[in-house]
Design a protein around this ligand. Structure first.
Ligand code: SF4
Ligand code: FES
Length: 237
């Protein structure tokens, strides 16, 4: 079948403003949109820029907006689209070129929540062990591949007045460490998250959960962070 891809184009070094370019691509219904983008680049237009690496929903580098919804091009089958498909870069972030955005600010926010295990006690002789039940608490959160689709879809992050909100991806990682039995920095983490632009920036709009390609219950996890903050301030008698 022949499909039409209408793609956002913008090279800040050459173009005064963005424009859209439409390509006809021969594709099998079972191919992914990433295959179509590659075919355009290899056979029609080598100037088209986009990121990808694994091709299988693991690296998180081909997040883009497809017919208005953020997702991974490598996870979208051609057969699920009709007529023309609109492909744009992730919103919220500055466009570097075409579908490539600057994820620097996204990673800065991610780093701000201290995305690593913090311990104070001396290391045990072997590894810091935990039970399968303890690991299960954050099992879903460790599926995050940092594709940024959630943060780009979040209306709070999209609003320039509230864009300083740390965003759902950073909060998923914060959840991962806050609920890890081996981590010893709960107090420090709660202080970091107990901020207007921290966990309380979330307005429970569920957009992040709707788009997450790894089906992480993002909004629910942010809710659990808020509950944990509340409980730390209002301990039960
Ligand atoms: Fe991507 Fe989901 Fe991680 Fe957000 S939580 S960065 S949507 S994998
Ligand atoms: Fe790696 Fe899509 S190319 S997640």
């Amino acid at each position: 079948m022949i499909i039409k891809l209408k793609i956002f184009r913008f090279d800040p070094r050459r173009n005064k403003k963005p424009y859209y370019q439409t390509y006809d691509v021969e594709a099998d219904p079972m191919e992914r949109l990433l295959d179509c983008l590659n075919r355009i680049r290899w056979e029609q237009d080598p100037t088209l820029s986009f990121r990808w690496s694994c091709g299988h929903g693991i690296c998180g580098s081909d997040g883009m907006r497809i017919n208005g919804i953020c997702g991974l091009a490598c996870q979208k089958l051609v057969k699920n689209f009709k007529e023309e498909i609109l492909i744009e870069p992730l919103p919220v972030f500055k466009v570097v070129k075409d579908l490539i955005v600057d994820l620097g600010p996204f990673l800065e926010k991610y780093n701000s929540i201290k995305p690593y295990l913090i311990t104070q006690s001396s290391p045990p002789e072997k590894e810091r062990s935990q039970s399968p039940e303890q690991q299960q608490l954050f099992e879903e959160a460790i599926r995050c591949i940092l594709c940024a689709c959630c943060t780009a879809s979040c209306p709070v992050n999209q609003n320039p007045e509230t864009a300083s909100y740390v965003g759902p991806a950073a909060l998923v990682r914060a959840f991962r460490y806050l609920f890890d039995s081996r981590d010893e920095a709960a107090e420090e983490r709660i202080a970091l998250l107990n901020q207007k632009d921290g966990a309380w920036g979330c307005q429970t709009l569920w957009k992040c959960t709707e788009v997450c390609p790894k089906e992480i219950p993002v909004t629910k996890q942010i809710g659990q962070i808020k509950k944990r903050i509340y409980e730390s301030k209002h301990p039960k008698e």
